[in-house]
Design a protein around this ligand. Structure first.
Ligand code: ADP
Ligand code: ADP
Length: 223
């Protein structure tokens, strides 16, 4: 469970991107919905410990995120919105390198990790092809594979379905739903259906404020 207590973020130019955000995010899929500029990416980067809030507190499973960022990073998988570096290296080799960076040192353990992930995201057949040549959907599935190295308990995905065709989108969201059975998955998006289709809980962010929070059915009917 992730708790946000009165989190605010003011950029140096004075933009108040997050204004006193308090939220409790349970295990499972959690949708963060809001229009462009609402503050979603700022909130995702704050939870990912890439950015410090101006004020407020974050607690993940009892650990103070700001006091112990390393402890949270060890539990974290992050698929940023601009995950866009697609080198001419195969998915297999990239995941293998990333597993080394995550501290998975043994060759055998690394092979198991990489092979399991490639199967999970359905990229096994193209594992030897350069990621640069992948379609948008394949890249996003590769992105979630790299985010899942090391079995994170907190997974953050920022606007993951932008530019995906309907089939790829469904495939990607189903994959997230599988992951969300065991861990906290926060899905940030401006697409209402991404959230209503698969998140039991959601919040709507607007101009840095939480406007609504609850189960999608109740919230969307009330709009
Ligand atoms: P979203 O992800 O919902 O589109 P963002 O978190 O990217 O929202 O942005 C929230 C607000 O903060 C917007 O007004 C945006 O222009 C502003 N903003 C984002 N990043 C910066 C930054 N580095 N410096 C100044 N303002 C920023
Ligand atoms: P988003 O779709 O999340 O709103 P943007 O296109 O607004 O993304 O932002 C892309 C990048 O530019 C981010 O790193 C963000 O922090 C930065 N950014 C956004 N708005 C501003 C701003 N007003 N001033 C400076 N940087 C900004």
């Amino acid at each position: 469970m992730l708790e946000l207590h009165n989190v605010s973020h003011i950029y140096p130019n004075g933009t108040r991107a997050l204004d006193d955000v308090s939220l409790t995010i349970p295990k499972g899929m959690f949708g963060l919905l809001g229009p462009n500029g609402a503050g979603k990416s700022t909130l995702m980067r704050t939870i990912a410990t890439l950015q410090l809030p101006t004020s407020g507190r974050l607690v993940f499973d009892g650990i103070d995120v700001l006091a112990q960022p390393e402890a949270i990073r060890a539990q974290l998988g992050y698929l940023p919105q601009d995950f866009g570096v697609y080198p001419r290296v195969s998915a297999y080799d990239l995941l293998d390198h990333m597993a080394v960076l995550k501290g998975i040192a043994g060759r055998g353990e690394r092979r198991d990790t990489v092979e399991t992930l490639l199967n999970q995201v359905n990229l096994w057949d193209v594992r030897r092809k350069a990621v640069a040549g992948y379609s948008g959907g394949m890249r996003q599935r590769f992105g979630i594979a790299q985010a899942l190295i090391g079995n994170p308990r907190l997974v953050i995905v920022d606007e993951p379905t932008a530019g995906l065709d309907p089939e790829e989108r469904n495939r990607f969201l189903n994959l997230l739903a599988e992951i969300g059975e065991n861990v906290v998955v926060i899905l940030s998006t401006h697409i209402v259906e991404d959230v209503t289709d698969l998140c039991p809980r959601m919040a709507i962010l607007g101009q840095g404020h939480i406007l609504l929070e609850g189960a999608p059915g109740a919230l969307i009917d009330g709009l």
